[in-house]
Design a binder for this molecule. Structure first.
Ligand SMILES: NC(=O)c1ccc[n+]([C@@H]2O[C@H](COP(=O)([O-])OP(=O)(O)OC[C@H]3O[C@@H](n4cnc5c(N)ncnc54)[C@H](OP(=O)(O)O)[C@@H]3O)[C@@H](O)[C@H]2O)c1
Length: 310
């Protein structure tokens, strides 16, 4: 089977396509033939070595957090799936860049009819990050004013739509070429950060979700309502400091760490099935071009999810 190995940390060219034997399943596992895997900025961070303190120095590694495909075999103890089922797989932090996966039932959920493989594989990480930020950390409420910074990216495009589904008033911030796309997602207001510094506007928000984690809390604090929350996607010493001192009430600082449970993925995929949530897909690459997919992700200009096909 095709798989992508990383033998040492470094540049995208370090991603090496290899031919491996298909994994053998245990009685509690399913064998899934991946049709697609999604690329996440986290994969690029691991590959570059930026996450060495979490990922260690054991090589080769197979990257990839999420995929979608077809069940080929099931172990004797598997209850909920059968060969032929179309599924979404959330592998956690690694292993999705492989044509076949041996996974337990807890890592898999059904792909609803009419939701395609690329849409399904896009949901676990970016969808859960947006959901967790708005619902679990931000406690979003109907009628609130929400600002989504980086509204055209994978996390941002889910966040705009989930905030609208929560009946909030949504302001999306993006660059010029993404204005119409963010408006089409349902944002009530769209601000072009290349021409307008939203920090100088007379606006107040209940949640500021900084999806690229480039704003600093100190620079946007004045835009939060009294009990408003600033949410970043990446931890930084400054964010952690504000997070610690902001626990006593008033304005809050939080950092989201995605927790993609099967329940959340099912909730999101049902929304896609019901046509209440759109998955914005950007580029698709054959797995042989995984290095190009990483290079594109690292431009930080993706307009939605990046997919690799097996
Ligand atoms: N903590 C977690 O569990 C978790 C989970 C998922 C993702 N993340 C992190 O969240 C971030 C976003 O992830 P993603 O998957 O949404 O990435 P992505 O799809 O690559 O995001 C690209 C988007 O970000 C916008 N952007 C990039 N730099 C910007 C800047 N300086 N100012 C404003 N907008 C900017 C771009 O919009 P324009 O082209 O319009 O500028 C582009 O649409 C990444 O850093 C990722 O590592 C964290």
């Amino acid at each position: 089977m095709k798989a992508v190995h990383v033998y040492q940390y470094g540049r995208p060219e370090n991603l090496t396509l290899v031919d491996l034997p298909k994994p053998k399943i245990q009685p509690n596992e399913l064998l899934v033939q991946n049709v697609v895997a999604a690329v996440n900025p986290y994969d690029c961070m691991v590959r570059s070595g930026a996450m060495w303190f979490m990922e260690g120095f054991r090589f080769p590694k197979i990257l990839g957090c999420e995929s979608a495909g077809i069940v080929k075999e099931v172990g004797k103890k598997v209850k909920q799936f059968k060969a032929g089922d179309q599924v979404i797989v959330c592998t956690g932090r690694r292993n999705a860049y492989a044509e076949y996966l041996a996974v337990t039932e807890g890592m898999v959920t059904g792909l609803p009819e009419s939701v395609n493989f690329s849409e399904g594989a896009s949901l676990p990480i970016a969808g859960s990050t947006a959901y967790d930020a708005l619902h679990e950390l931000g406690n979003i409420q109907s009628g609130q004013n929400i600002l989504i910074y980086g509204a055209s990216g994978s996390v941002g495009s889910f966040a705009v739509q989930l905030a609208k589904l929560a009946a909030a008033h949504v302001t999306g911030v993006c660059s010029t070429s993404n204005l119409s796309g963010v408006k089409a997602l349902g944002a009530d207001e769209v601000i072009d950060y290349t021409t307008t510094d939203f920090r100088t506007l007379n606006m107040k928000f209940d949640i500021i979700f900084d999806t690229p984690s480039v704003l600093k809390f100190g620079n946007v604090k004045h835009l939060l309502n009294r009990h408003g929350t600033y949410i970043a996607t990446l931890p930084s010493p400054l964010t952690m400091f504000y997070q610690l001192i902001s626990t006593k009430g008033g304005k809050k600082v939080k950092t989201v760490f995605a927790k993609p449970t099967i329940q959340k993925i099912d909730y999101l995929s049902t929304l896609v099935y019901e046509k209440k949530l759109k998955v914005i897909l950007d580029k698709e690459y054959p797995i042989e071009q995984i290095a190009a997919a990483h290079q594109y992700s690292e431009t930080k200009r993706a307009k939605g999810k990046i997919i690799v096909k097996f």
